[in-house]
Design a protein. Structure first.
Length: 342
């Protein structure tokens, strides 16, 4: 029986999101016949009681507090993580982590050095996608439209060229944590200070009016396009993880040409960042139908309200087979085969 270690938790603001996703993944993999162990990067392997306590499918309206995150960061296992006995017996690691630790390439590099097979993107692809500044530069170079931006601090002329409103956000944090939509230039400094609480780099990005869409990518194939309709002005943390605050429509009711364009741009973004196995690429589309890529997610959310599972389901792949397919990609790569195991 194939043994999978699901690595989750962590000490980033998206810790609760990771646990909610892990709850779904663990259940799906066990239903598919895998033997699954769960490891929190701050506490080690979870016993059944810990799993029942931590792996809950819901996410709070706000991320954990700064003091809580600071304490968790002190408990991070770091390189000692892969020395845990459970990794010696693992056939595959399935990361369900968010933020810099899981999506920035650190965990992937550690697994590479230890020779432990895993699913998802390489350290390089993970790092490229996590750094929104570098990712946008690569999008531009490969013909993927993206909103204009500058890095904070910037000279007034650069900021003025973006117009108002602008989006101020941390460069290497997801789930809209630390993000502010700024309409008044006098509010820029406070928004940048908030973003800097979560990252050492801050980006100012032109706000693209219009509708928001997302496209899942699996095995270098674009899945269904979905439309995101939040009750708030932007698709913020609360809207992402609170059932009922966002309407998500899969497949999105779009002209075929625009659907095809979004799928093509999603694949182009996925390839530009050298991503692997799966990802989710997000877009804004202007009222006149022009798409702009926001970002690519190498470990997209896998909670019960998350978008990649909905994109896959609309393309004919329910959640348990999706998790199974992702594992099969990793197992085939570990075995050095070009074809998936039957």
């Amino acid at each position: 029986m194939t043994r999978v270690v699901v690595v989750t938790g962590g000490s980033t603001p998206e810790r609760d999101v990771a646990f909610a996703g892990a709850a779904q993944v663990v259940g799906a993999l066990r239903a598919q016949g895998y033997t699954v162990a769960v490891v929190d990067t701050t506490a080690g392997q979870l016993d059944p009681d810990d799993e029942a306590r931590l792996l809950t499918p819901t996410v709070g309206r706000e991320p954990p507090s700064r003091p809580v995150l600071a304490e968790l960061a002190r408990r991070e296992l770091g390189p000692a993580l892969v020395a845990l006995p459970v990794f010696r017996e693992a056939d595959l690691v399935f990361p369900v982590l968010h933020g810099l630790q899981g999506e920035g390439g650190e965990l992937q590099a550690l697994l590479e050095l230890a020779g432990i097979p895993y699913v998802g993107s390489t350290p390089l692809g993970s790092a490229l996608a996590m750094d929104k500044d570098i990712a946008k530069q690569l999008f531009r170079q490969t013909g993927v439209p993206t909103a204009d931006w500058c890095m904070w601090p910037a000279n007034p002329a650069a900021i003025a060229s973006l117009g108002l409103p602008v989006v101020v956000k941390p460069v290497k944090v997801g789930s809209t944590v630390g993000l502010t939509l700024v309409r008044d230039p006098d509010a820029l400094a406070a928004a940048a200070d908030l973003a800097r609480e979560f990252d050492d780099e801050v980006m100012i990005e032109a706000f693209i009016p219009g509708r928001e869409f997302t496209v899942g990518v699996l095995e270098d194939r674009a899945l269904a396009v979905g439309e995101i309709i939040p009750r708030h002005e932007i698709f913020d943390y609360e809207c992402k993880y609170t059932p009922g605050l966002t309407e998500e429509v899969f497949p999105a009711p779009l002209p075929p040409a625009l659907t095809a364009a979004l799928q093509e741009q999603a694949l182009r973004a996925h390839r530009a960042l050298k991503l692997r196995d799966f990802s989710r690429v997000d877009f804004r589309v202007t009222p006149d139908g022009r798409p702009f890529c926001l970002e690519a997610n190498t470990l997209p959310g896998l909670t019960r309200t998350s978008l990649l599972p909905q994109s896959a389901a609309a393309a004919g792949m329910p959640f348990p087979p999706l998790c199974d397919r992702i594992c099969r990609l990793g197992l085939a790569r570990a075995a050095g085969r070009n074809k998936l195991p039957s």
